[in-house]
Design a protein around this ligand. Structure first.
Ligand code: PLP
Length: 490
């Protein structure tokens, strides 16, 4: 039998010392992250096997946790904060964001009700208004923070289902006409997943074809809605994308909004990646027409330098969210009047104090600082696109709207798609194995594409140039000249 010693939490002195040590560890990591191999240096199961199978019976000193962090955990980290991380969407946990996360953990408040944390609720409301206004969206929209765009879209589409007036909240789906949801063929899979959860079913999700610029085709959207109405299904929502995942295309939101108004459909905008770009005035065009949307999601944990997780969900119709979700058991009644109880607007009860990190980010960078960085990332992507375009054996596969460049190595005379896919996937594997750069891929109209996404605060022109050179070398092609580039053979 074990001893029954009541172990206290750390003393004030112990905690200060531990904070200093962990703080040093974090600062050292941040300083040298660019020198580490960007991809995890591990194999499936290795970390699991290296860890004890049971929790320690006696507590262990901080030094041993930090040692394990270095020896066991660090090799298994894919460094999203690395300046060479150019896969998926490049992101950054900025220093102010990390500090906000730390303070949030320290407060340990749960913002389910205004009463359970007035500061969380009110700061969240204010920061969401700052964010909306900075992007040029109506500042009187209701905003709330969720964990991810997947959750935000799910919650928004649940509100859309409620707005359809089918009384599904009381009756459930049984006996109702089949629901139909529309998005472009380029939309993110989170839209499909929301449809699955909401009982729309894969058969009720229409992937509308896109045009030459990968934007949803409004004529095809109209036709699909008309067909569904004729066949007695129940269209209820359209999801427009501002910055699609593969190629960052922007759907024609003003026209889609007109269609939604005409047919009485909810318009949700997925601006998870590109919404933030419109903090820079020259990218305001991307959110044109979005003021007509019923809801919109954008992710500070993508391009707003805020540590994951942080997703911003805006709506001009908060009362519909309340109708869909408000359910107050006796033990959560407070009698507080004129306050926002966030649990009324989504399925989740408990919620973290995420607004703190976003608040710190805004206060450190200011909207000008954020806009300048967005501009720089787009400029870097433009430089890369220029080098690609100048190279006779590289083929760009999509326009560069923001900070993502899609292209492939395409040697003269090699036109078989299978062969090209094999070549380009090998290029990616070789580049990623080197440890300096991490890039990912997509398929564009059936063509396998290298996809380079710039979004980290530490990514410089040299790093982007290096990515370009490594891709050329891995593809066995000349490293082209281009702006500031050296010309050499691989
Ligand atoms: N929407 C778009 C356009 C995305 O690119 C992504 C992820 O990359 C998502 C939604 C899902 O984001 P999350 O991981 O926050 O759920």
């Amino acid at each position: 039998m074990g001893t029954n010693t009541l172990m206290p939490d750390m003393t004030d002195m112990e905690f200060r010392e531990a904070l200093a040590k962990v703080g040093d560890w974090i600062a050292n990591y941040r300083k040298r992250v660019g020198e580490l191999p960007v991809l995890a240096q591990t194999a499936p199961g290795r970390i699991e096997r290296a860890l004890p199978q049971q929790a320690p019976v006696q507590g262990e000193p901080l030094e041993s946790w930090l040692r394990d962090l270095d020896e066991l955990i660090l090799p298994g980290i894919t460094h999203w904060n690395h300046p060479g991380f150019m896969a998926y969407f490049g992101i950054t946990a900025s220093a102010p964001g990390i500090l906000g996360e730390l303070v949030s953990g320290m407060f340990n408040v749960n913002g389910m009700l205004w009463k359970t944390s007035p500061a969380l609720v009110e700061l969240e409301q204010v920061v969401m208004r700052w964010y909306a206004a900075a992007m040029g969206l109506p500042a009187d929209w209701f905003g709330m923070i969720t964990d991810t765009a997947s959750t935000s879209t799910l919650v928004a589409l649940a509100a859309a289902r409620e707005a359809a007036g089918l009384n599904i909240r009381e009756d459930g789906l049984s006996g109702k006409p089949p629901l139909v949801l529309y998005c472009s063929q380029e939309a993110h899979s989170s839209v499909d997943k929301a449809g699955l959860v909401l009982g729309v079913g894969t058969k009720g999700i229409r992937h509308i074809p896109s045009d030459d610029l990968f934007r949803m085709r409004c004529d095809a959207l109209r036709e699909a809605i008309e067909r569904d109405l004729r066949e007695e299904r129940r269209p209820f929502a359209v999801v427009a994308s501002v910055g699609t995942t593969s190629v960052t295309a922007v759907d024609p939101v003003p026209e889609i909004a007109r269609i939604c108004r005409h047919y009485g459909l909810w318009l949700h905008v997925d601006a998870a990646y590109a919404g933030t770009a419109s903090i820079a005035p020259e990218f305001r065009w991307a959110l044109e027409g979005c003021d007509q949307a019923d809801s919109l999601v954008t992710n500070p944990h993508k391009w707003l330098f805020t540590p994951i997780d942080c997703s911003a969900l805006f709506t001009r119709r908060p009362e519909v969210f309340r109708n869909a979700f408000s359910l107050i058991p006796e033990y959560l009644r407070t009698g507080a009047q004129g306050v926002v109880d966030l649990m009324d607007y989504s399925f989740q009860l408990g919620r973290r104090f995420r607004a703190l990190k976003l608040w710190f980010v805004f206060r450190y960078f200011g909207t000008d600082g954020i806009a300048a960085r967005i501009r720089e990332h787009v400029r870097l992507a433009g430089e890369l696109a220029g080098w690609v375009d100048a190279h006779p054996q590289l083929e760009r596969l999509a326009p560069v709207n923001f900070s993502v460049v899609c292209f492939r190595v395409h040697p003269r005379g090699m036109d078989d798609e299978v062969e090209l896919e094999r070549l380009n996937s090998t290029v990616i594997e070789k580049v990623n194995a080197g440890g300096e750069i991490f890039i990912s891929h997509t398929k564009i109209r059936g063509k396998y594409s290298i996809r380079v996404a710039i979004g980290n605060l530490q990514t410089t022109k040299d790093r982007v140039r290096r990515a370009f050179e490594l891709i050329c070398a891995a593809g066995g092609i000349w490293i082209g000249g281009g702006i500031g580039g050296r010309t050499q053979c691989c």
